[in-house]
Design a binder for this molecule. Structure first.
Ligand code: SF4
Length: 293
């Protein structure tokens, strides 16, 4: 796991060329992931073709065993990929006997999809945006929302107005609610739903917070690059991610579509068909939503 500071994903890049807002669907990631799977299958067949004469020379049993092992590995990977894609496309966790609770294959595919996409001149941000959408769909399929969720909201420091001197990274309650950035809206949502909010100044601090609070779900807001790295880092915890908007380029005065934020929070707390009116204060620890009201 690499240590990352906020903005390190943009080091050495022309940030002026960064897109302010990207809105990719699942299609781009799906197409690239299909290419990755095709290349993977072709590579395994090629490896088998190359080592086959040597294996026969050593032992016919070794040849048979290696053949079965490679065939099982390829079949399992293809099956897992197909079921994952079908689950996202149909919106159903298919089939129940097949465990897709670990989205590791999607994360692994993403790394190669970014490499392949780059050779076609597709930006990491567009691929990352599509991956984040795909991952969100998968997370929604794998686990339904629940009032007992322990939610941690992770925000990047660049979402705070650059002229503001309030130490919101220490405690979001230090925000004076002037309304110049969306921190004030997150603070209000945190009071309403009693989830913990952390304004992260870097990847290592965000990870420490995840380790300390052990949330059951994370809502992460950041640029696509940070989100892709963050999703890879968090392992088995469900992460729903929303790419930020960058009207002044990356890492300065960024913002986020609050309608998307409310939509995700409503899903996480299984509120989509209800309108719970809740009161409380942002606490220093995660309070189970089930304890509200
Ligand atoms: S809303 Fe809060 S964090 Fe944002 S600029 Fe105003 S005081 Fe600072």
């Amino acid at each position: 796991m690499l240590d990352r500071e906020l903005g390190s994903e943009w080091e050495g890049e022309d940030i002026n060329s960064a897109e302010e807002k990207i809105d990719e669907g699942n299609g781009l990631f799906l197409s690239l992931s299909f290419l990755v799977i095709l290349l993977f299958s072709a590579s395994m067949a090629f490896i088998w073709y190359m080592i086959k004469p040597r294996l026969i020379e050593i032992s016919p049993y070794l040849y048979t065993t290696a053949g079965i092992a490679i065939a099982v590995f390829v079949f399992y990977t293809l099956l897992k990929y197909t079921v994952t894609v079908l689950s996202v496309v149909t919106g159903k966790n298919l089939p129940p006997f097949f465990n897709i609770n670990s989205p590791s294959i999607v994360i692994l595919i993403c790394q190669y999809a970014i490499k392949i996409g780059k050779t076609f001149g597709i930006s990491i941000d567009r691929i990352g945006n599509s991956f984040v959408n795909f991952n969100n769909s998968l997370m929604r399929v794998i686990k339904k929302g629940s009032r007992n969720e322990r939610l941690l909201v992770l925000l990047p420091r660049c979402i705070q107005n650059s002229k503001c001197k309030q130490k919101v990274a220490e405690d979001i309650n230090n925000c004076k609610d002037c309304g110049k950035c969306v921190i004030t809206e997150f603070k209000a949502l945190g009071k309403e739903y009693r989830f913990h909010i952390n304004v992260a100044t870097g990847g290592s601090l965000a990870r420490k917070m995840v380790h300390k609070l052990r949330p059951s779900s994370i809502l992460a807001v950041a640029c696509e690059r940070e989100l892709v790295s963050g999703i890879q880092d968090t392992g088995s915890i469900r992460v729903l991610a929303i790419p930020n908007l960058r009207p002044e380029g990356p890492c300065k005065n960024t913002t986020v579509d609050m309608n998307k934020v409310r939509n995700v929070i409503n899903f996480i707390y299984d509120n989509e068909n209800e309108n719970l009116s809740l009161e409380g204060k942002v606490s220093g620890t995660i309070v189970e939503a089930g304890a509200r009201g």
